[in-house]
Ligand binder design. Sequence first.
Ligand code: FE2
Length: 108
Amino acid sequence: MAAERIYTLFSFLDSYIGNHFGVEQRYMGEYSNLGYTDVEYHKSAHKAFVLDFRQFRVDLETAEPSAQFIAEFFKWITNWWIMHIQRIDKGLGSFLNSVLQKHSNKHS
Ligand SMILES: [Fe+2]
């Protein structure tokens, strides 16, 4: 059961990487001159995630997922959720909100 979920999660992560990272990095580029200071840090975290993901995928393609692989994978994705989405992405979201609010206040 956990093994089946891994395959589902892998295809979700494939599209997540393509869509979500692309959108975030576009916003970072567009708004970096307005004071978002974590551009390089944020991009390097995405890059590290992609490299880790690729390695997990190679492992998954070469063998049936072992209990150890599944445990490591879930630990890694949980850590990503806590460290990246809950902190770094939230920080970007707050920054964009404040920029857009200032912008809309100027025009109201
Ligand atoms: Fe991100």
